[in-house]
Design a protein around this ligand. Structure first.
Ligand code: G1P
Ligand code: ZN
Length: 550
């Protein structure tokens, strides 16, 4: 085995987006594509590492969601890591680690950082997507400063340092070597499961299944399967088959592993049957997202965050209450009302989990969530699908209530925030950009303008002033806020790999309990029309409606 120095030429377009570098597999398999990016990452880490020592003597965690190209990418990254000074890698068996598990392992073993191989909820397979993301020593996604530095490096990288060692056996637990670098293949579930045992009352949950509580968890043929099976069916005694689509497949069995009512339609159909289980849930490709479903009753992620906040003290890990909560700007303001009542701080951040990291590290918040089916807490620095499922199960166990009755009671107490997200996918990039440019141009004239019974009170392009490190993130989405607390928000997706996706978020507040049972799309129809009127969505995109409305 020797370490080689191989010349390379920069490849355009390697800028990490909302959550790492995501591209089509066909792009990632191009010669040098992954190598250039990882070399650039290591160059930056070696230049900026702790104590000026960079990666020398450090340990990295490595694993992914098992999608197509995961196994090959692991081998390449190990060879680059060995040649760039890394001392030890903790590798999930089979190259598998869910995103929250990477975070948990980094934190538990207090290591330098980790690499997650995933394109999250994007479809997999040879024609699907692949992705890579770096997490820092706090277990959370790298800051924008670091990802921008990596991007800058990709534009000038000229040399790869890589070992020519043979591939290692990634399916067998235990120690192996690549050059001087130790690779320890670890059980992907063990550390994560130990953390869940600290937070939840496993005896209570075990008792629920023993008394006949029924549940259906759809792992969507993605990485959450082994975790859910080990914990729910293995430790908690749920009947076999509680976790469906539990075997991770390289193409997710052709499923689109995004836990929302559209993509997890099979779960929704099961939960609508007369013999539906008490509780249903789904996770995404890398198991950081979750969707929670009662009997014939879907819970929006925004409501989920609000309810978890309201009842957190019922869960052992949160029995002393919450330091504060945070939600991304487009997430509904339902949690704000709970935070107000609890007398705790509520932060509004730009889209993307990385913005929660500083707040969590600084001890300002305990729970956080996004409308995009992401919820998490200070236990790791990623959102966490199975954690959310165990949290909800704990609430059901502690209260003896159904999902639907808990949510309806919540609406009666706090009012209901009707909420939907409309995605316009596959829009031509120029058309989408032009829409945003035109929209930003009309913002100054909007405050005070009347639309039906509503008046615009605020129209701006959201900017975030990080209260911990003082960094400012601009242009994070256009928001229109009305005098009745309704909100209309526009932003372009930062995770897509084809064309542009316009996301339109619609929300209105309904305090009257007799008006809280309207079908969501109907309840928000006038706001959708208003959005089109202001932004000219149909005119710019040529589309008459969204491709997905959840
Ligand atoms: C989407 C979601 C966002 C989430 C991200 C990563 O990003 O909207 O909330 O953090 O995926 O899971 P977007 O495509 O909107 O940039
Ligand atoms: Zn994900």
């Amino acid at each position: 085995m020797t370490i080689q120095t191989i010349p390379t030429t920069p490849i355009a377009g390697q800028r990490p987006g909302t959550s790492g570098l995501r591209k089509k597999v066909t792009v990632f398999v191009q010669p040098g594509y992954l190598e250039n990016f990882v070399q650039s990452l290591f160059d930056v880490l070696n230049a900026t590492g702790q104590d000026g020592q960079g990666l020398k003597g450090q340990t990295l965690v490595l694993g992914g969601d098992g999608r197509y190209h995961n196994r090959a990418a692991v081998q390449t990254i190990l060879k680059l890591a060995a040649a760039n000074g890394v001392q030890r890698v903790l590798l999930g068996q089979g190259g598998i680690l869910s995103t929250p598990a990477v975070s948990a392992v980094i934190r538990k073993h207090q290591v330098f950082g980790g690499i997650v191989l995933s394109a999250s909820h994007n479809p997999g397979g040879p024609e699907g997507d692949f992705g890579i993301k770096y997490n820092a020593s706090n277990g959370g996604p790298a800051t924008e400063t670091l990802t921008e530095a990596v991007y800058a490096r990709t534009q000038i990288v000229r040399e790869l340092r890589i070992s020519d060692a043979p591939d290692i056996v990634i399916d067998t637990l235990g120690l192996q070597w690549v050059e001087q670098m130790q690779v320890e293949v670890i059980d992907p579930v063990a550390d994560y499961a130990a953390l869940m045992r600290e937070l939840f009352d496993f005896d209570l949950l075990r008792g629920m299944f023993a008394r006949g509580f029924t549940m259906r968890v759809d792992a969507m043929c993605a990485v959450g399967g082994p975790y859910a099976q080990a914990i729910l069916e293995g430790e908690l005694g749920a009947p076999r088959g509680t976790v469906v689509n539990a075997q991770p497949l390289e193409d997710f069995g052709g499923l689109h592993p995004d836990p929302n009512p559209v993509n997890a339609e099979d779960l929704i159909a099961h939960m609508a049957r007369t013999d539906a289980p008490d509780f249903g849930a789904a996770m995404d490709g890398d198991a950081d997202r979750n969707m929670v479903v009662g009997r014939d009753f879907v819970v929006t992620p925004s409501d989920s965050l609000a309810l978890m906040t309201a009842h957190a003290r019922l869960v052992p890990g949160y029995k002393d209450g919450l330091l504060g909560v945070a939600r991304s700007m487009p997430t509904s303001a339902a949690v704000d009302r709970v935070a107000k009542k609890l007398g705790i701080a509520c932060f509004e951040t730009p889209t993307g989990w990385k913005f929660f990291g500083n707040l969590l590290d600084a001890g300002k918040v305990t729970l956080c969530g996004e409308e995009s089916y992401g919820t998490g807490s200070s236990h790791v620095r990623e959102k966490d699908g199975l954690w959310a499922i165990l949290f909800w199960m704990s609430l059901l166990g502690a209260t003896g209530r159904s999902v639907e009755s808990l949510v309806r009671e919540h609406w009666q107490t706090y009012g209901r925030n009707y909420y939907t997200r409309h995605d316009y996918e596959g829009v031509a990039v120029e058309a989408a950009n032009q829409l945003m440019v035109d929209l930003r141009a009309v913002l100054p004239g909007l405050p005070g303008q009347k639309f039906g019974t509503r008046t615009v009170t605020l129209a701006d392009d959201f900017a975030y002033d990080d209260p911990v490190d003082g960094s400012i993130s601009k242009a994070q989405g256009v928001r229109l806020i009305f005098d009745d607390a309704a909100r209309v928000i526009f932003r372009l997706s930062g995770t897509g790999t084809e064309g542009a996706t316009l996301r339109l978020y619609l929300e209105r507040y309904e305090p009257n309990p007799t008006q809280q049972d309207i079908a969501v799309q109907q309840a928000l129809r006038d706001l959708a029309a208003l959005a089109d009127q202001v932004a000219g969505i149909a005119r710019h995109t040529g589309m008459n409606g969204p491709t997905v409305a959840t």
